[in-house]
Design a protein around this ligand. Structure first.
Ligand code: NAP
Length: 443
């Protein structure tokens, strides 16, 4: 029997994820010790309410409300409390007392990541966070280690299960956004207050983390452009389907050269967008998550799976625990977070993408030519134009109130050029209304 050195593990939080981490650590301790090369002793679990029911149960003697005392003397501290405070302060205390730390807390990392990484670097500790993006999906380690020798060009992610579930239900069952949200709430996929999910805040935190890693640059959360799904209509989803697209809330980050200034920069953004029905991300249904990476040498890679769930997420946390334990056994300083590239984060106005614009226009001769020239005046090149009602440019209706629907697909254009085009469309006398403007990604 091999005698392992024992490492003291302090767990902060015994909720959805924490209770599974505690249970698996106790149940599979010997196996994990063999993989880690060290004994993993769970010394305690900090919670708010000792008497609250836990699923799975945690032995009562491990529970404490004194998180500060628990981390004293711990070799590894796992933070699964959520929120910014006291999580930040406790992790800084743990790092400064020489512990390696593990967290699944994307809000904390997106807001205070640099402070925590700097603190870890100062003392030679390591901060692990595989569970912070994509739940069970291994994505942090592939970006940080496996792709460290490559250059990531772009990441498109479905990183929020709640919004993917809602959009998927709209797409597959024709539900309205409101009714799909109600179903998500009933099934426990949406919080009582769904704002963080449906307004894209959760996805923005995750894309800030992914972009920082992928582009070796600190990407502040405030620099992430964000739109949620609340303006997405069933009509948009249905007309997207007819045109061979699916609407998804995408978290996107990419390396870009600014067309105006020539600056080599990065864009990080979250918005609902059309993707071709043939794109691998279009096949991500329900609450699942996926991250699609385009790298210079590796080409396209996709990481897919459960983006949340206490048990599923505990897999990523325990993987970090084994890594942290191995590092303790080997010794030496942790590997600092790489932000050597220090690229500029470009504002959304400088980003180029394609668009699909749906207009209701007056159905009379010359309208198509007028619309086409308006686009061209604003430097947006039209790629496709379909007219679903009314007559084409060569004819004309005798009814002055007749309305035609135009669906216009553009070539790549900057957000600024597109915004100016939409403003001009809204005041043009042949345009009755701008029904929808959606970006097209993944082409
Ligand atoms: P949760 O179910 O709300 O559990 C939070 C736990 O922390 C509870 O046990 C709570 O104690 C304890 N806690 C909170 N504040 C505390 C304080 N001030 N002092 C002591 N204990 C405190 O949260 P969760 O869903 O497990 O999520 C934990 C973290 O994992 C979050 O950062 C979340 O974003 C991340 N994450 C979660 C998932 C998921 O599927 N749930 C997926 C990926 C990442 P009581 O039980 O006594 O209230």
């Amino acid at each position: 029997m091999i005698e392992y050195r024992n490492l003291r593990i302090a767990l902060l939080g015994g909720g959805s994820v924490g209770a599974h981490v505690a249970s698996l650590l106790l149940e599979h301790g010997d196996e994990l010790a063999s993989r880690a090369g060290a004994g993993l002793e769970l010394v305690g679990v900090a919670v708010r309410n000792i008497d609250a029911p836990r699923n799975p149960p945690i032995p009562a003697h491990l529970l404490t409300t004194d998180a500060e005392s628990l981390i004293l003397g711990a070799d590894i501290v796992i933070e699964l409390m959520g929120g910014l405070e006291p999580a930040r302060t406790l992790l800084l205390q743990a790092i400064n007392s020489g512990a390696d730390v593990i967290t699944a807390n994307k809000a904390l990392l997106a807001t205070h990541g640099p402070e925590l990484f700097d603190a870890a670097e100062q003392v030679g500790a390591q901060l692990y966070y595989e569970a912070a993006v994509g739940g069970a999906i291994p994505i942090i380690r592939p970006l940080r280690d496996s792709l460290a020798g490559d250059r990531v060009k772009r990441i498109l992610g479905i990183v929020n299960g709640t919004t993917n579930f809602i959009l998927d239900l709209m797409e597959r069952e024709g539900s309205s956004l409101e009714s799909a949200l109600a179903t998500a709430t009933e099934l426990g996929y949406a919080e009582a207050d769904p704002t963080a999910d449906i307004e894209g805040y959760d996805a923005a935190q995750k894309v800030a983390i992914l972009a920082s890693l992928a582009f070796h640059t600190n990407i502040p959360l405030e620099s992430v452009y964000r739109e949620g799904i609340t303006a997405v209509t069933l009509e948009q989803v249905e007309s997207a389907r007819k045109a061979g697209y699916v609407v998804k809330l995408l978290a996107i980050c990419e390396r870009l050269v600014d067309a105006e200034t020539g600056i080599d920069g990065v864009s990080a953004r979250v918005y609902p967008a059309l993707i071709p029905a043939t794109h691998p991300l279009a096949a991500v249904h329900g609450v699942n998550n996926a991250v699609f990476i385009e790298a210079e040498a590796a080409g396209s890679l996709m990481f897919y799976g459960a983006g949340a769930g206490g048990l599923e997420t505990s897999s990523a946390v325990l993987g970090d625990l084994v890594s942290a334990a191995r590092r303790h056994v080997i010794g030496g300083p942790g590997v600092a977070e790489s932000n050597h590239a220090n690229l500029q984060v470009l504002p959304i106005a400088h980003v180029t993408t394609r668009y699909q614009i749906t207009l209701h226009v007056v159905d009379e001769p010359g309208v198509l030519a007028a619309i086409a020239s308006l686009f061209s005046e604003h430097h947006v090149s039209v790629e496709t134009l379909t007219q679903s009602t009314g007559v084409d440019a060569g004819g004309g209706s005798s009814d002055p109130s007749a309305t035609a629907t135009l669906v216009i697909g553009t070539h790549e254009a900057t957000e600024a050029a597109l915004a100016a085009t939409v403003t001009a469309l809204k005041t043009n006398k042949v345009v009755r209304s701008v029904v929808s403007v959606l970006r097209v990604e993944g082409l």
